[in-house]
Design a protein around this ligand. Structure first.
Ligand code: SAH
Length: 232
């Protein structure tokens, strides 16, 4: 009996020493309380949120807050969104594994990693070079070979890789950039925080059907602003 307890203790400490037991259980707790405890029910989204190590996408000194219920600064005046908002936007896109997805606003790369757990191919554009390069390196290190990061102004989308089945904009914009509507496939879904003030926007889901766009307002949110050609 004593022997068995001792083995369990050794196994447990080996797991925590590598941080695996720890961060997995922190994510389980995050999913139970912050996501399932609200309105996140999509199985693929929940699985992705359990898999992606959010602590790898936040600054070193904020790692202890990685599984908390809020956004965090990532440098360059930008933020990684609250886990619930990442899950909510992902769930709203109703993704299928073979969907081609475009993200505008790579930031830390976390949202791109969540998408990459669900679909075969993710393209993501970041306007701040330093953030884009850092995200690219991190995604490569973590083995997300199905994410393609580009530095540039997402206002123009990524025409060479279009059409996209889903487009997610993670910066608050006044209007939906026309190029993104053009690059959305028929039957495609686009989600964007839309609003004329920098402090509050409405999350809008647009769907394209027979060339026509239908929009639906989902939730008030607060995102950093969509900028144009800032570092050029
Ligand atoms: N999805 C990110 C968080 C996004 S924060 C994550 O998971 O961490 C919003 C990001 O959008 C910022 O990094 C900002 O620099 C970027 N951004 C703002 N305007 C942009 C534009 N026109 N094109 C591409 N990226 C843009």
């Amino acid at each position: 009996m004593h022997y068995r307890v001792a083995i369990l203790i050794v196994l447990f400490s080996a797991g925590t020493a590598f941080g695996q037991t720890d961060d997995r259980s922190l994510r389980e707790n995050m999913v139970d309380k912050q996501l399932k405890g609200r309105d996140i029910t999509d199985k693929a989204t929940i699985k992705a949120m359990l898999e992606v190590p959010r602590h790898e996408f936040v600054p070193e000194d904020l790692k202890h807050l990685a599984y908390g219920d809020g956004p965090l600064p990532i440098g360059e005046e930008q933020t990684i969104s609250q886990p619930y908002i990442v899950a909510f936007m992902t769930q709203s896109l109703n993704l299928k594994p073979d969907d081609q997805v475009l993200e505008i606003g790579t930031g830390s790369g976390y949202q791109a990693a969540v998408l990459a757990e669900i679909v075969d191919s993710v393209h993501t554009i970041e306007i701040v070079e330093k953030l884009g390069l850092r995200a690219k390196k991190k995604l490569r290190e973590l083995g997300y070979t199905n994410v393609n990061v580009k530095i540039g102004d997402g206002y123009h989308g990524w025409p060479e890789k279009s059409p996209f089945d889903a487009i997610i904009v993670t910066a608050g914009a006044e209007t939906i950039p026309p190029a993104l509507i053009e690059q959305l496939a028929d039957g495609g879904r686009l989600i964007i925080p839309k609003g004329s003030t920098a402090s509050v926007q409405q999350l809008v889901l647009a769907t394209k059907s027979n060339g026509k766009l239908k929009t639906k307002t989902l939730l008030p949110v607060r995102f950093v602003p969509f900028t144009r050609d800032r570092n050029r």
